[in-house]
Design a protein around this ligand. Sequence first.
Ligand code: F6P
Length: 368
Amino acid sequence: MAHKILIATGGGDCPGLNAVIRGIVKRAHQEEEEWKIYGCIESFNGILKDEIEIVELTDQMVSGLHVKGGTIIKTTNKGGPFHFPVKKADGSWDIQDRSQLMKKRLDEMGFDAIINIGGDGSQAISKQLMDLGINVVGVPKTIDNDLSSTDFTFGFQTAVQIATEAFDKLVTTADSHSRVFIMEVMGRDAGWIALHTAIAGGAEVCIIPEIPYDPKVIAKKIETRYKNGLGFCNIVIAEGAKKADGKVTGSAPTAVGDRHIKLGGVGDVLRQELLDLGIEHDVRVTVLGHLQRGGTPVAYDRILATQFGVKAFELVKEQKYGNLVVYHHPDISYVPIEEALKQPHLVQPDKDFLVHAAKSVGMCFGDE
Ligand code: F6P
């Protein structure tokens, strides 16, 4: 009998997901024994819905897939086996625990294991599924790079590249119009995308969640720059940025089953704060949003994602379940999933050389 693996991609999409899928399928088909690889459509919804939606992934289907952005098996950041939204006859929603149904269906279909490709939310689900007796191997995915235990998650370098290219464009228009530009980037509670982009682009100011900002410090930096004859200023701000009061800017989720606050709008907040402090220059805001997760993965992410896919298959083959594939330069290895979930990977302002390097070339973080 053939071995069977079910792959799911969960959470926000991310450049490199398809390269992981291709890596798993191609590696599995190198084996002498028969391995059949299936994709669960729209994360675990494919096996939780009344009508099951899973598809066998053939070599033909994954050929050339490493170049393609998004995920061919779809994703969602809502619901999941333990919080599955079901629409009732009266139009209202019921949240059901369908995890036992999922286990039953996996057993009936004869799956050896699941490979769950996702960020911290998805890996928390991996851990819960393991506790139910389902065999899971995790693969870390997120443009935010906020998962500990791995040097990098795939998708991050692509997001930084996209943000840097956008930033470079804003610099020339800021210069031409002598404007202040605030560019808001993603990253949730982690400042990695903002920090890397600010250094790559040469931003004057970089605001990250890990360093509470004071608008007065930023206003002073802007005025000093204009006085010195450089009549423009470019700021990168992370969506999770906050002042000393710790409040983030965002809105409550509107989609059924989505339990996460939607961060966004802190760039506009900062603009208003600068105007209230008397900044008279033209201050403009650009929010990059989902552009950062779309399109073709850069070479680095294709390479990392391919290695993650190969390793994930090998962990299943060796029955090393309950582990997350990780990258510790130069090795691709693994750690227990719960280990990776203990703490998020955030910028450490006093320890990370990146922050030191940025400050050393005159970048302001809004704190001093
Ligand atoms: O975690 C990835 C990410 O893109 C974050 O940077 C962002 O805050 C969030 O997902 C947005 O998610 P969505 O708009 O898809 O709900």
